[in-house]
Design a protein around this ligand. Structure first.
Ligand SMILES: [Zn+2]
Length: 178
């Protein structure tokens, strides 16, 4: 798809999706993370901004689509050690823009429906936030070698093994004595 213009600005919240489809508009920008309250509630902390890139247009079947990607740095609670664990969340999406349930049902399976209001408007921040929430890990955890909950036990095991295992030189010394 060719784009006509590229706008660099804070990403607008409510947009005229119907019109943006017709001009094949691309938008690139940021959202202040603390405005995305559901994302705030689902994480311990967030980087200041969510980065987004979206494009409105029609697909090969002339259906109205919103494609895009967004990313955010988040800190969550490790389910193993309860410490902070950081993730770079990113989401890529391709959504079908519809006006009602019937249109939503008629969409091909590859397109997730998003409903516009009667005037063809859409809350773009809501869409982005939904996509990021879908991509948060269900069980956030550190990688095994970085998790505090796993660090103490293996070290104790190694220490225990070392003391219990007979030193081969001791055995040799005993043999020589005989
Ligand atoms: Zn951990």
């Amino acid at each position: 798809m060719m784009s006509r213009t590229m706008t660099e600005a804070p990403l607008p919240k409510r947009i005229d999706a119907f019109k943006l489809v017709e001009v094949n508009q691309q938008l690139k920008g940021k959202i202040e993370s603390n405005k995305l309250t559901r994302l705030v509630d689902s994480t311990r902390s967030l980087d200041d901004y969510v980065e987004c890139e979206v494009e409105f247009g029609r697909d090969e079947e002339r259906l109205r689509v919103l494609t895009g990607k967004c990313s955010a740095g988040v800190v969550m609670e490790c389910q193993r050690c309860l410490g902070d664990v950081r993730f770079e969340i990113s989401a890529e999406f391709r959504l079908g823009l519809v006006f009602n349930d019937d249109q939503a049902k008629a969409l091909p399976k590859r397109l997730e429906p998003v409903e516009l209001d009667e005037e063809g408007r859409l809350d773009l921040w809501d869409v982005i936030e939904d996509e990021l929430l879908l991509n948060l890990p269900d069980f956030p955890m550190h990688p095994q070698d970085e998790c505090q909950a796993l660090k103490i036990e293996p070290q104790e095991d190694i220490a225990a093994e070392e003391t219990e295992r007979p030193n081969p030189f001791d055995v040799l010394a005993q043999l020589k004595q005989k």
